[in-house]
Design a protein around this ligand. Structure first.
Ligand SMILES: N[C@@H](CCC[C@H](N)C(=O)O)C(=O)O
Length: 277
């Protein structure tokens, strides 16, 4: 199986062209677990698979490293766009990608014929508890208290393609993100689990984020998570409509325009090869 490995701000992916391949029973979940293993294979946070689409220019299929399928992946989508553009699978610099979260419009910013950055329409998100989903008799799960292990947190949840929970902190701590993020991901109140984002507000244009991702654990960055953090921070009046978001692996810009969130950021090819296991 020919593959590329790419990353978007350190969130790394194995990408394959799934239009003509022979994966056993089309079981990409099992394949993702193998290909994303960091000791026995290439290693990545997730697997990107290209498929033909009847309703868009191309389809992105996404699996987390634990083999679970997710409807959307923001950093993954930018890497997917680079993969299909550089391999001439789609020969346009603006096109539509079908995902389980609907059709995403993407725009490639070129410099000297090479991809400098990619802008993605991430959609409108939903604060409705039934959409996230959150098992609570409340319309929106905004600034709600939950008990996790030995702590109480005030959290806000949003569906940003995938479920996200946002927590504001004074200081970001890796230990806290890994210990409490893992517990919140599987908290009984989130029936489909949740990605967990800890946010430090710098000012109304800059925030820092650390994310514990559903299905793959702590990552160097999470595109849907960074978008969710800006949506929630803006909703609560903590930031404006154009925000620079920085995680361990780098930064993206999120712009809120007419109710839609747009993410602009890089996509980098690391290597390519033949995947045997
Ligand atoms: N890294 C991604 C999100 C991938 C999906 C997530 N782990 C989930 O299962 O919800 C991003 O950049 O958005």
């Amino acid at each position: 199986m020919k593959f590329w490995k790419l990353h978007g701000i350190g969130n790394d992916f194995v990408a394959i062209d799934g239009r003509y391949d022979n994966i056993d029973n089309n079981d990409y979940g099992e394949y993702a677990k193998r290909a994303c293993h960091r000791k026995f294979s290439v290693g990545a946070d997730g697997l990107l698979v290209v498929k033909n689409s009847d309703v868009a220019d191309v389809e992105m299929v996404y699996y987390n490293s634990d083999g679970s399928r997710a409807a959307m992946c923001g950093n993954g989508l930018r890497c997917f766009v680079k993969f299909v553009y550089d391999n001439n699978i789609v020969e346009k610099d603006e096109f539509n990608v079908y995902t389980l979260d609907g059709i995403k419009k993407v725009k490639i910013n070129l410099k000297d014929g090479k991809i400098e950055s990619i802008k993605v329409n991430m959609g409108k998100g939903s604060f409705l508890a039934k959409d996230v989903p959150v098992s609570a008799q409340i319309e929106k799960f905004v600034e709600q208290k939950i008990t996790v292990l030995d702590r109480e947190y005030t959290v806000t949840s949003i569906l940003m393609g995938v479920p996200h929970t946002v927590i504001f902190v004074d200081e970001l701590s890796m230990e806290e993100v890994c210990k409490y993020g893992a517990a919140i991901e599987k908290h009984y109140i989130f029936p489909k689990k949740t990605n967990v984002n800890f946010v430090k507000i710098i000012d109304d244009k800059n925030i820092l984020v650390k994310t514990f991702e559903r299905g793959c654990g702590y990552t160097f960055g999470c595109g849907t998570g960074m978008t969710a953090c800006v949506m929630v921070s803006n909703y609560l009046g903590k930031v404006g409509k154009s925000v620079n978001v920085t995680s361990e692996g780098g930064s993206v810009r999120i712009d809120l325009e007419n109710g839609f969130a747009y993410m602009t950021g890089p996509a980098v090819k690391i290597c390519e090869g033949n995947l045997e296991v």
